[in-house]
Design a protein around this ligand. Structure first.
Ligand code: CDP
Length: 240
């Protein structure tokens, strides 16, 4: 790993932000829900459905549709964002669908839709990854059959140095040398990549290193997601 960049918050290059918190069942009226926090970024996902898809011409008789809606609340960042959809939120909604689709067994729900609403209530970079982590748990909480969970993290290249889990300063304000490149990646627990984005310059050797770093981090995130789901299941058993 190239040296040279020292993280402002004192983290090691391969260290995730803290705290990392996950909780399930945070929106009682939803069919499934979850919260995922990493550092100062907090995402809440709520699942509604499966339910009949309307309008009828959008129905797929072969399988159900996963419809994700990502929204960054106007108060989630320092400069209040204009409420409502934007090009950015539409893109992230699609990416979230693509990251989750390979693990959700939609063939069980022909002509139906599963809605996943992701709200970012506090944003400090890495919101799409936090949203995907929350959404995977919320789908499991809703009892939607899934082959496995997915976990998501972003790896950054600060000038030439690789670092895990960028914060807002690293993502948006660092401009030295080659500047900052942000590479969000989503893994299934068995190690398949369901989503990767790269908007910048990186060698193929360094990209391999990025994937390794992300996989190690996603294994840690998976354990946290699994523990939160287990805790909620055990609490449910207790209530019966
Ligand atoms: O959040 P993520 O890293 O997935 O996406 P991004 O588009 O790279 O945004 C990085 C960060 O910039 C966000 O997490 C927010 O903290 C901030 N941001 C903002 O302040 N205002 C916006 N309209 C968009 C992003």
């Amino acid at each position: 790993m190239a040296e040279g960049y020292v993280r402002e918050d004192g983290r090691k290059n391969d260290e995730l932000r803290s705290p990392i918190k996950a909780d399930v069942g945070v929106v009682p009226n939803a069919d499934g829900s979850a919260m995922f926090q990493i550092g100062k970024t907090i995402a809440i996902a709520a699942v509604y459905g499966p339910k009949k898809m309307h309008p009828q011409h959008s129905q797929d008789p072969e399988k159900g549709t996963l419809r994700c809606t990502y929204n960054m609340n106007s108060f989630s960042v320092e400069d209040r964002i204009r409420p409502g959809p934007s090009r950015r939120s539409t893109e992230i909604s699609k990416i979230t669908e693509w990251a989750l689709n390979p693990v959700v067994m939609l063939e069980k729900y022909p002509n139906e839709v599963v809605d996943v609403h992701i709200n970012i209530i506090q944003a400090d970079a890495g919101t799409r990854c936090a949203g995907i982590n929350a959404a995977a748990m919320a789908l499991a909480d809703a009892g939607i059959p899934m082959k496995e969970l997915v976990s998501s993290i972003s790896v950054g290249k600060m000038d030439k140095t690789l670092v895990l889990d960028l914060d807002k300063f690293e993502d948006s304000e660092f401009e030295d040398g080659e500047g900052s490149t942000d590479i969000p990646i989503t893994f299934t627990h068995s190690g398949e990549i369901t989503h990767i984005q790269l908007d910048g310059k990186i060698s193929s050797e360094q990209l391999k290193e990025v994937v390794e770093m992300a996989k190690g981090a996603c294994d840690k995130i998976y354990e946290i997601q699994k523990e939160a789901l287990k805790k909620s299941l055990m609490a449910g058993e207790g209530e019966k």
